[in-house]
Ligand binder design. Structure first.
Ligand code: AMP
Length: 276
């Protein structure tokens, strides 16, 4: 991988990187297509990163389908599929790797940071290693993982990694459910109720125009928890830059509602912009 990139760079070719954990769907492919349009070389990494899973069952059941991934990537025009083994990314293995604590600031402490301890340290670890290895001009991330983008921007600043972080919009199924590799784990009954998450969020944008932040928060939670089988882990209405909760709509020019919902045992995340 390093030799290939060095060669491309010597030829003056620009490099885009799309980091993924595989089990690719149209959400991933929208990032790949954007990267293909903006770079000479597009590298897509496929790596289920063990260090970002705080729940061993989640890691063990994470969907994998390399054959389908490779087919989809060649169809989307990616130049390289980079599917390293754990030892390639963590020489000596996960247990013996040189650990370091990333300074991720307050953006990593709230929401996912609170409910998935260690998750963002693992994300920072793998993304920093991939960025140092592939040395892309641009790296592409989906807004579905809204907080992750803020954490990665912070990591590249504190680590001094020179790369443009490009945020790409959320791709949804026709019924509104945000596409996710974990959707493959839903039973047909769970899949049928999961779109209520986006329905509640989308409906609340109009509601928010004539109601307070608190009332908007409560109506979303009530609507989702009104569906048997859905349980809200958190719903926070936050400043899009600091990710800290807002109390009034006038507090910030950029306000986003970020939610995590358990559909049975499957953890689904989504978000919606109230102001941008
Ligand atoms: P993952 O394989 O889940 O780690 O996701 C790899 C990248 O694809 C991340 O930057 C995600 O935010 C992005 N992604 C995942 N699902 C979607 C989606 N539905 N729309 C847009 N981007 C997505």
């Amino acid at each position: 991988m390093e030799e290939f990139v060095s060669h491309s760079k010597r030829n003056g070719q620009s490099v885009g990187l799309v980091p993924t954990m595989g089990a690719l769907h149209d959400g991933h492919l929208s990032l790949v297509e954007r990267a293909v349009g903006e770079n000479d070389i597009t590298v897509v990494s496929l790596f289920v990163n063990p260090t970002q899973f705080n729940n061993p069952t989640d890691l063990a059941t994470y969907p994998r389908d390399e054959e389908s991934d490779l087919r989809l990537l060649s169809g989307a025009g990616a130049t390289v599929a980079f599917a390293p083994g754990v030892e390639d990314i963590y020489p000596g293995g996960v247990e013996n790797r040189a650990r370091k604590e990333f300074d991720l600031g307050t953006v990593a402490e709230v929401m996912e940071g609170k409910f998935r301890p260690g998750h963002f340290q693992g994300v920072a670890e793998v993304v920093s290693r991939l960025l140092r290895l592939v040395r892309p001009d641009r790296a592409y991330f989906g807004e579905k993982d809204f907080q992750q983008i803020a954490v990665i921007r912070r990591m590249t600043e504190t680590e001094g990694i020179d790369v443009d972080i490009i945020a790409c919009p959320i791709r949804r199924a026709d019924d509104g459910l945000a596409l996710s590799s974990r959707n493959a784990l839903l039973t047909p009954e769970q899949r049928a109720i999961a779109p209520e998450i986006h329905r509640a969020l989308a409906g609340s944008v109009d509601y928010a125009r004539s109601h307070s932040v608190r009332a908007t928060h409560d109506t979303v939670v009530e609507q989702i928890e009104g569906v048997p089988g859905l349980r809200v882990e958190y719903f926070e209405i936050v400043d899009g830059r600091t990710l800290l909760p807002v109390e009034e709509w006038e507090e910030s020019p950029w306000i986003v509602g970020c939610i995590t919902v358990y559909c049975g045992d499957i953890r689904l995340i989504d978000n919606i912009a109230y102001k941008k």
